[in-house]
Design a protein around this ligand. Structure first.
Ligand code: HSE
Length: 299
């Protein structure tokens, strides 16, 4: 028996749409046991007990089958337990965790034939974009893009004093739904705004310049279009931004993430209260960025 431990992730970090992602210290576990009989038995604990499928259509298992097929390995009989601590469809990378966890587990079972780069390419193909799967696999902050079907990426260690608070509204928003709010075209001015902000954000992260990080978190490519889908987000950003480095939408939402150096508990309570005033129940979690990506734990 072995386990795979996979971190939650927050994509975009404001201006880095589909490009920046950071891994967070909140983990899903996948327990894998071989069994004599053919086929798969899947059990879910934590988030998704009601909604996740437990047959061959399960995303963790589908990802495993995809790897087995790639390396031409006959799937053994398996007992899989998913212990889900990352809430589903909230912008915290639950599907990336499922994909990366499934691929790592299958790679181990089939003799570790794929390299990290190959795992990342496969994970990106399954997920459709690299910004969550890359930090889920590698940890840290990862800047990535896809060129000729290959992911080009660079991992950066998160600044040492950076803390994050996520405030998770009590409803799901799928990435597809959230992406459907985005326009086909943006103005030249807005494109330039994001190029400058994303570049400065990376410079801030690399040099641990917290003031610069705070100045660089604004975005004009996705958040303004998505705010209508997330009641309370505007107010959270407006009322609390001066108390923290910045507050942005986590991935495609609806979770809001505050980047801060201090006062995490107070910020969490205030974020939750502001959402509540807009009629949205939410819970907050203080979770720090982590430099550690998905790992295999032998038992
Ligand atoms: N970059 C993606 C988006 C992340 O914002 O749609 C989805 O989690």
């Amino acid at each position: 028996m072995f386990k795979v431990k996979i971190p939650a992730t927050t994509a975009n970090l404001g201006p880095g749409f589909d490009t920046f992602g950071m891994s967070l210290g909140l983990y899903n576990l996948i327990e894998i046991e071989r069994k004599q009989k053919e086929g798969v038995e899947i059990e879910v604990a934590g988030y998704g007990i009601e909604e996740l499928t437990t047959d061959e259509s399960n995303l963790v298992y589908r990802s495993m089958l995809r790897l087995f097929e790639t390396v031409d390995y006959l799937p053994p009989g398996l007992k899989i337990k998913l212990i889900n601590r990352i809430p589903l469809a909230r912008g915290l990378g639950s599907s990336a965790a499922a994909i990366v966890g499934g691929l790592l587990a299958a790679n181990k079972l089939s003799g570790e034939q794929l390299t990290t780069e190959e795992l990342l390419n496969l994970a990106t193909e399954i997920e459709g974009h690299p910004d969550n799967v890359a930090p889920a696999l590698l940890g840290g902050v990862v800047i990535s893009t896809v060129k000729d079907k290959e992911v080009i990426y660079k991992k950066v260690t998160p600044p040492s004093k950076l803390k994050t608070v996520v405030c998770i509204p009590d409803y799901q928003l799928t990435t597809d739904e959230s992406r459907s709010a985005l326009p086909d075209k943006v103005s030249f001015k807005d494109a330039v705004f994001n190029v400058s902000h994303a570049s400065l954000l990376l410079a801030g992260l690399l040099t641990e310049d917290y003031e610069l990080i705070g100045q660089a978190l604004d975005d004009r490519l996705h958040q303004p279009y998505r705010q209508g889908l997330i009641p309370g987000l505007d107010e959270v950003i407006e009322d609390l931004s001066q108390d923290v480095l910045g507050i942005v939408l986590s991935g495609s939402g609806p979770t809001a993430i505050a980047l801060t150096l201090e006062d995490e508990e107070r910020i969490g309570v205030e974020m939750k209260d502001i959402f509540a005033k807009q009629g949205i129940e939410a819970q907050y979690l203080v979770i720090s960025p982590t430099d550690q990506g998905a790992t295999i734990i032998e038992s």
